[in-house]
Design a protein around this ligand. Structure first.
Ligand SMILES: Nc1nc2c(c(=O)[nH]1)N[C@H]1C(S)=C(S)[C@@H](COP(=O)(O)OP(=O)(O)OC[C@H]3O[C@@H](n4cnc5c(=O)[nH]c(N)nc54)[C@H](O)[C@@H]3O)O[C@H]1N2
Ligand SMILES: Nc1nc2c(c(=O)[nH]1)N[C@H]1C(S)=C(S)[C@@H](COP(=O)(O)OP(=O)(O)OC[C@H]3O[C@@H](n4cnc5c(=O)[nH]c(N)nc54)[C@H](O)[C@@H]3O)O[C@H]1N2
Ligand code: SF4
Ligand SMILES: [Mo]
Length: 732
């Protein structure tokens, strides 16, 4: 058997096969579906999507030089020739009339959204002077970068060259960080993105919250449909009857915040009824006896009053999972920052999967592989920062393995452990992404410099000193995507059309800023094409071929233990840690236990939130094609409860949270599809930025209402499903 390294990359330099590109069919928005007429010039340019971070391979079409449509690239293993509705609507990002057009410098007070349009030279000179002043007075570590997505690659490079280690993304402590830490503590390896879930081959799929079908991560949704089509048994645990729940054999409308009790009870059933994979656990497990003793009290009868799920249902669903094991997958979720014990809940999910014996097995978690693409060779070494990361003083969150956004925010407010005086913000709307907007604004008010690089005048841009308008993804190159996956590949993002105004791509911005900072030696290349060409050539790949096809496909590779792959667990014991000595050493529970979370009082509802198929976070509400499909969000509220308030579907209401924040008005969806103790809305609406004309004031913002959050003691994630609201009748 071959051993598998933590991030497995193919050991090949040649032999990469280039997939053929065929034209995929697909439905088009009416405005773009006028038939092609004689003499029109159609061009096809492959690239990869950026409407979310799944990075589907796409083929964009221009018609007489104008952007026409985007479809899936059939040669791409992520899209398999099909995009989700957001990817298809990505065309609207280019045509969005609310786009930023030129660099802007603030005219009056921060947050007033009044600007003077300036040239790039003026904007970058202004930023460089402020950054040099910060470096002189406070040291380079006092400049922080918040960044989300592949487009941040070069700004990170510039900030590291400048001398700061303080770089964070909300995709960690506000999203999947606790999951990665929970799985790492258990299997010695993370789930990563794209997730290594073998949904396609799963015979029993358990979804805890993960609302696939609304959460539109393309490959997963396609595989979910395949699995359902193949008759897979689906178990959905969600206080709300999601789209996924409508495909389920078992739907468990759990009381929010009590999932840990259910997972513990499931494990209790698997162990006490001896339904777990004994050979697997014996061969690969560590500390099973201590684990077994620790979970002995968590019976279905114990979990019943906590979760409101009947003991028989807990037993039936545990047996159902075991029946199909190891092709039985409990999805690890992605946005898991719910209640503050999220790393432990994720660890419990990891252990439940371990009992099913599915890590490394078909229908469970496969072992992903990436194409080997060397990094750019020729950058000078970065200066060594004198001070360590600012975000996690004293390593209070011992298992944080990426920077914490809220840690940087705290340091900015308090000046401890050292002051943060400048923020560069790339493609993340911190006011929407971090809990507690007041703290974010307080931090901003103590900055000497706030630079925001965005494509639209978002809320965070509204607070900036300097706003830099970026070209949208269909107008630029970005770094290569060679993320480890089931089928290894390399994908290219390349420009399809030019930017309409004075927008510039991130690599250009990062490089020009470095020049202004006297860091030109960090950019030995003058154009990103040189950079991409150099990386590809070093790996033995053809840039021209990649430009033509968009994708380089690797060979088929073994994925499972069944294929002869021996799993390697990078834990201290070298095994799957049912008992974690690492956690015990830090005074944390070595085996997950149940913690009770506060529940809403009379007249209060827990505020829950999630995704809609046609929007990404708060970043697509001005896109004309996507906004047309969904202009505002709705408040899901239990029908009986709504009746008590005299509310029916279509009425408007407002929500008030425990800190007195009152939301914008939101349309009611009175439905039996949600429990009576919570309400639900799609994240990303209720925009307050004046320049987002299409989206301004439409719907309500969950981010605005999320003033409370609970820090995860294991890794510093922010649990945000802890806000309670009351109904404020419109006009009352
Ligand atoms: N269309 C679209 N798709 C997306 C995105 C997008 O913006 N738009 N964003 C992508 C990203 S970055 C992420 S991280 C994922 C997020 O998507 P997921 O990881 O699937 O979802 P969450 O946001 O964690 O969970 C939302 C679901 O959890 C349920 N829920 C809330 N509280 C509880 C609870 O206490 N217990 C249980 N069991 N369920 C609960 C809600 O009712 C809802 O159905 O989506 C990805 N896909
Ligand atoms: N209340 C609440 N908070 C959440 C979540 C939630 O559901 N509710 N979800 C959490 C999750 S799972 C995640 S992953 C994070 C996501 O957090 P973010 O990634 O910060 O998501 P957005 O708030 O949509 O901010 C994206 C910003 O990037 C800008 N942008 C879009 N395209 C480009 C581009 O090409 N270039 C540049 N320079 N800018 C661009 C958009 O205009 C927008 O201002 O939020 C987390 N925070
Ligand atoms: S899942 Fe949809 S929005 Fe995300 S990259 Fe793929 S096509 Fe684009
Ligand atoms: Mo996320």
């Amino acid at each position: 058997m071959t051993a598998v390294s933590r991030r497995r990359f193919l050991k090949i330099s040649t032999g990469a096969t280039v997939g053929a590109v065929a034209v995929a069919g697909g439905s088009l928005r009416p405005a773009f579906s006028r038939p092609v007429e004689d003499g029109e010039v159609i061009r096809k340019i492959p690239t990869y999507c950026d409407v979310c971070f799944w990075k589907c391979g796409a083929i964009a079409y221009t018609r007489n030089g104008k952007l026409w449509k985007v479809e899936g690239n059939p040669a791409d293993p992520l899209s398999r020739g099909r995009l989700c509705p957001r990817g298809t609507g990505g065309v609207g990002a280019h045509y969005d009339p609310d786009r930023l057009r030129t660099p802007l410098i603030r005219k009056n007070n921060r947050g007033e959204e009044e600007w003077v349009a300036v040239t790039w030279d003026e904007a970058l000179t202004y930023i460089a002077e402020k950054m040099q002043a910060i470096k002189q007075q406070y040291g380079p570590e006092s400049m922080a970068l918040f960044s989300h997505g592949v487009g941040g690659t070069f700004l990170k490079h510039t900030v590291k060259a400048y001398g700061s280690p303080n770089i964070a993304a909300p995709s960690y402590a506000q999203c999947r960080g606790p999951r990665e830490v929970g799985f790492n503590l258990t299997f010695g390896d993370a789930v990563y993105s794209p997730e290594r879930t073998d949904i396609r081959n799963s015979k029993c799929l358990t979804l805890i919250g993960s609302h696939l079908g609304e959460n539109m991560h393309n490959t997963q949704v396609q595989e979910f449909a395949d699995a359902v089509g193949n008759g897979a048994s689906v178990i959905v645990v969600d206080p709300r009857f999601s789209v996924a729940a409508s495909k389920a054999k078992y739907y468990l409308p759990i009381k929010p915040g009590t999932d840990m009790a259910l997972i513990l009870a499931w494990m209790n059933v698997l162990v006490s009824e001896e339904l777990y994979d004994k050979d697997y656990v014996e061969k690969y497990g560590f500390g099973f006896d201590a684990f077994k003793a620790s979970i002995a009290g968590y019976t279905p009868e114990w979990a019943y009053p906590i979760t409101t799920i009947a003991p028989q249902v807990i037993r039936d669903t545990a047996r159902e999972m075991a029946r199909y094991a190891p092709a039985s997958l409990v999805h690890p979720g992605r946005h898991v920052t719910w209640y503050g014990d999220d790393a432990q809940r994720s660890r419990a999910i990891a252990l439940l999967n371990a009992l099913l014996g599915n890590w490394g097995r078909k229908g469970g978690f496969y072992t992903p592989t990436g194409m080997p693409v060397p990094g750019y060779d020729g950058y000078p070494a970065y200066p060594k920062p004198e001070r360590e990361h600012v975000d996690n003083p004293g390593h209070a969150y011992p298992f944080a393995d990426e920077e914490l956004t809220t840690g940087i925010r705290n340091a900015t407010i308090t000046g401890e452990p050292y002051p943060i005086k400048g923020w560069m913000v790339y493609a993340t709307n911190l006011l929407n992404a971090l809990p507690n907007q007041e703290e974010t604004i307080k931090a901003i008010q103590s900055l000497d410099l706030l630079v925001v690089v965005d494509v639209i005048p978002s809320e965070i841009a509204g607070w900036a000193d300097v706003v830099l308008p970026e070209s949208v993804y269909l107008e630029r190159y970005d770094d290569l995507n060679a993320a480890p996956f089931r089928e290894p590949f390399i994908a290219l993002r390349q420009p399809v059309v030019e930017s309409p105004d004075d927008q510039k791509p991130n690599w250009w911005i990062a490089r020009e800023l470095a020049k202004k900072l006297g860091l030109e030696r960090y950019y030995p290349w003058t154009n990103i094409e040189e950079y991409l060409e150099a990386r590809l050539a070093a790996g033995g790949y053809s840039f021209d071929g990649l430009k033509r096809d968009g994708i380089i496909n690797g060979p088929k590779i073994p994925l499972y233990i069944e294929d002869g792959l021996e799993p390697v667990f990078y834990t201290p014991s070298g095994k799957i840690e049912f008992y974690s000595t690492q956690l015990a050493e830090h005074g944390l529970d070595p085996v997950p236990t149940f913690t009770e979370h506060p529940q809403p009082g009379p007249g209060q509802f827990r505020l829950l939130f999630g995704r809609a198929p046609m929007h990404s976070f708060g970043r697509t509400q001005t896109n004309p094609l996507l906004a047309e499909m969904m202009e505002e969000n709705e408040l899901w509220i239990n029908k009986n409860v709504a009746g008590r308030y005299g509310l029916k579907s279509g009425d408007y209401t407002r929500l008030k949270n425990e800190d007195g924040v009152v939301s914008n008005r939101i349309r009611v969806k009175a439905t039996e599809r949600i429990r009576g103790d919570c309400v639900y809305m799609v994240h990303g609406f209720g925009h307050t930025a004046k320049g987002m004309r299409r989206a301004f004031g439409k719907g309500a913002s969950d981010a605005e209402l999320a003033t409370k959050y609970v820090m995860d003691p294991v890794m510093g994630g922010t649990g945000m499903n802890v806000n309670f609201v009351t109904i404020e009748l419109e006009g009352a």
